[in-house]
Design a protein. Structure first.
Length: 316
């Protein structure tokens, strides 16, 4: 006999299907679900949930893909999906973008219906507040080797591991500080414009400075980036290094690109490495100006900012 789901008790262990990447869009795009769990059978729809026997009453909320007007809610919702999706297991790495393509297509359609604004999708990132979307990071201590190419380095789809973004911190008093002139992504199949890609780049103009990287503590993510023109103290999240093991030689010298900046010079940006030529780069992480003795964002020094070079560059 079916009985209403008891929302007061929770199952600590995730069900096997909740660890499976492909199941995210199957779940999000369904109007109703018959859920075969470890302990019980569940019926889930938009308005109610029922269980059939078993001892566990883990609440599995029916997802909503509605679009609201304010930016924080809008992108909180998207990155909530990305956070859940990137914590799951994917058998074939090349499915990273295809396994979320159906959700992206529906999300775009509902956004445009609600706002009457053209919205483009670039390998997991959106054209609306695109600079904000570049500041994703891997949200765990473990890091994974770079997989075979499946997205540009500025896309979260280019790495493995759970993805997060500090939207509330980014949106507070921060202004765009680069100018993007061109974004291009080459998709594998025109039949799925939200699916796999084979190449992509950003062309932009912004403040950048190269410096030598030094870890300030034996653990943690605080670093100094020192050049002849000044020193930046920064909190850095690297994409494929956890910041605590031995530093790879490839990270001894890095480039800091300023993306966002407040009137008080608190800055956020990308950590880059030059490739091929002086104006072509790959993303290897993100940074935020930091206080060495205070666990909070802190203005970048005027000396360091004045030493930055205004350059046109390409990120692949």
């Amino acid at each position: 006999m079916l009985e209403p789901l008891n929302r007061t008790r929770e199952l600590e262990e995730l069900e096997p299907i909740q660890k499976r990447s492909w199941a995210v869009q199957e779940y999000l795009l369904s109007s109703r679900i018959l859920y075969y769990g470890t302990c019980q059978l569940r019926w889930i729809c938009k308005t109610t949930q029922y269980i059939d026997g078993g001892q566990s009453s883990h609440h599995t909320r029916m997802p909503q893909l509605g679009i609201r007007p304010d930016t924080t809610t809008l992108w909180d919702r998207w990155y909530g999906i990305v956070a859940d999706y990137t914590r799951r297991n994917l058998t074939h790495a090349e499915d990273k973008l295809p396994a979320l393509s159906g959700v992206a297509e529906v999300y775009r359609g509902r956004f445009m219906d609600a706002h009457n604004i053209e919205l483009k999708y670039y390998a997991g990132l959106w054209s609306h507040h695109f600079i904000l979307h570049l500041l994703w990071y891997v949200d765990e201590e473990k890091r994974y080797p770079k997989p075979k190419y499946r997205a540009p380095t500025w896309s979260w789809a280019s790495v493995d591991g759970p993805i997060s973004i500090d939207l509330n911190k980014i949106l507070k008093d921060l202004d765009d500080h680069i100018r993007i002139s061109e974004i291009e992504v080459q998709i594998v199949s025109s039949a799925n414009p939200f699916g796999a890609v084979k190449a992509g780049f950003i062309k932009c103009k912004g403040l950048i400075q190269t410096g030598s990287l030094t870890r300030l503590h034996w653990t943690g993510k605080e670093f100094s980036v020192k050049s002849a023109l000044g020193t930046l103290i920064a909190l850095i999240h690297f994409d494929s290094w956890n910041g605590m093991d031995e530093m790879p030689d490839t990270l001894k010298e890095v480039c800091c690109l300023v993306l966002l900046r407040t009137k008080d010079n608190v800055c956020r940006g990308l950590i880059l490495k030059a490739v091929d030529n002086q104006n072509c780069f790959q993303r290897i992480g993100i940074w935020c100006s930091w206080g060495e003795d205070e666990y909070k964002a802190f203005p970048a020094s005027s000396e360091w900012l004045q030493g930055c070079e205004l350059r046109e560059l390409e990120i692949i």
